[in-house]
Structure formats: C-alpha cells, structure tokens
Design a protein around this ligand. Structure first.
Ligand SMILES: [Zn+2]
Length: 112
C-alpha cells in the first residue's frame, strides 16, 4: 500500500467529521432563524446568527474543497499517477507529500 494512503484516509476521516459538525451547526442556525425568535433586523441575536452563518458556511466550503483534493489524491494512488506533478510530470518530493499528501503539483509548479 502507498505509505501516503493512510495519511490521506486519516485526513479524509477528519474532514468528514468537520463536514458533519458544520452541517449540524448550519442546521441549528437555520432552525434558530426560522423559529421566529431571531429576527436579523431587530434582534441583537440576529447579527450573531448571520456572522455565525457566514463563518460556518465558509468553513464548510473549505472542508468540502479539501475532501475533493483528498479524493483526487486517492484516485491518483489507484491509477498510479500519485506523486507525479500533474503540470510538469516530475516527481513530487516525499518531503512535500508528507506535509501535503494531496498535493498534485511540485513546489515549482504550485508557485506559478
Ligand atoms: Zn511540476
């Protein structure tokens, strides 16, 4: 098994947890907003809910994007292209993959 696969699978589990938590929080805010006690315009709690909402939706979007990166890395392990830069075709150094196992470009290409 590719040594990075375990790292990616562990990362995937963390991301799924984060997505689960943010989904629950968003559902809670949606409920608080819809029960009539939180009026965004007149209730001071409303602005808190609105800022929570934007903070959590942005965390949620980040987690979903990370999950996509991890899934694509797992696909590259399956098809044998993992560890090869998708842009220049050179190997991605292990040191970089240890930090970002989902990296699909070498440092040079990622900086372009
Ligand atoms: Zn490259």
């Amino acid at each position: 098994m590719n040594p990075f696969e375990a790292l990616l699978r562990a990362r995937r589990a963390e991301i799924l947890d984060a997505i689960g938590v943010s989904s629950e929080e968003l559902a809670g805010i949606r409920f608080a907003r819809s029960d009539g006690t939180a009026d965004d315009e007149h209730d001071p709690e409303g602005s808190t809910l609105a800022s929570d909402w934007s903070r959590i939706t942005s965390m949620h979007a980040t987690a979903v994007a990370s999950l996509d990166e991890v899934d694509r890395a797992l696909e590259r392990i399956a098809d044998g292209t993992f560890g090869t830069c998708v842009t220049c075709g050179n190997p991605i150094p292990d040191a970089r993959l240890h930090v970002r196992p989902w990296a699909d470009r070498c440092v040079t290409c990622a900086a372009l």
